[in-house]
Ligand binder design. Sequence first.
Ligand code: ADP
Ligand code: MG
Length: 315
Amino acid sequence: MSETDESAANESAPVEEAETIDEEPSPAADDASTDESTEADLTELVKDDPEAHTGDETDRYAPLEVEGLRKEFGGITAVDDVSFDVEEGTLTGLIGPNGAGKSTTFNLITGMLDPTAGTVRFNGEDVTGLQPHEIANRGLARTFQIARELEEMTVLENMMLAPKGQVGESLWRSVMPVTRGAVRDQETEQLERVWEVLDFFEIDHLADEYAGNLSGGQRKLLEMARALLTDPDVLLLDEPFAGVNPSLEKRLLEHIHELRERGYTFLIVEHDMDLIMNNCERVIVMHQGRILKDGTPAEIKESEEVIEAYLGGEV
Ligand code: ADP
Ligand code: MG
């Protein structure tokens, strides 16, 4: 729970500067693991029903629906009547100047904060006010910054600590080779999943490294790997590129695109407008707690209100 608390506190801090992190490879960076399970095929991360994502692009199913969301902190209305959908299999960007209400919206969706008004629906069910773990269990995952106490544990230990109840059984069970026997101790099974996800993010060679020794970008990969262990349908990422150098940023983006192609849905909160414009097919712009514009990158770029909000305010 302390991880959750710390993360919540982090998200809602008025000033949230990215830690300046050097991208020096950590000491263990070259220790390529020889474990055979690290050679997992990427296709093992394919979502259950890829057909569901190839339909008519103009009428996609929206697993996440936010309606009339509002959050007041004392006299401040941080989120003011916010409504939007996130359609299945998309990379949707939520952008806006500092203080626009992005992180608060994110925290309202994931159950970290209770809204003053409004509803959050996930896969057709009202999840407003549910506990964060209940929402995560339903397949709406978010990344968590690596809490301080977890820095003293290895990457592998961090992965093994991902809540067992949240691990998506069906997906992983379906990829287990039958020849290895139907009866398998749950921890062994979880270890297999852990290696497959670590391998996917190309951080399997860092398994024995202390999380505290990871570079900023490697941490982001670990954070996403932990979120993926829960086998979510939708992943919410709050500033996943903060403190990440350009080459790791590129890799992180490739992983996100690859997962999207495999059927995962992403809502990415970012203040870097160009990055979102170049990678998302749908962009929601927030300003002063409200939705300023919701559309394709081309529509956003043409919007005078958006240009004004970015040029007029502190970006
Ligand atoms: P963003 O993530 O877009 O930068 P936030 O959602 O963090 O914006 O903040 C939106 C507004 O709400 C800001 O004015 C911020 O100071 C305020 N705020 C956020 N969290 C809290 C809180 N826990 N208590 C009081 N005010 C808050
Ligand atoms: Mg924020």
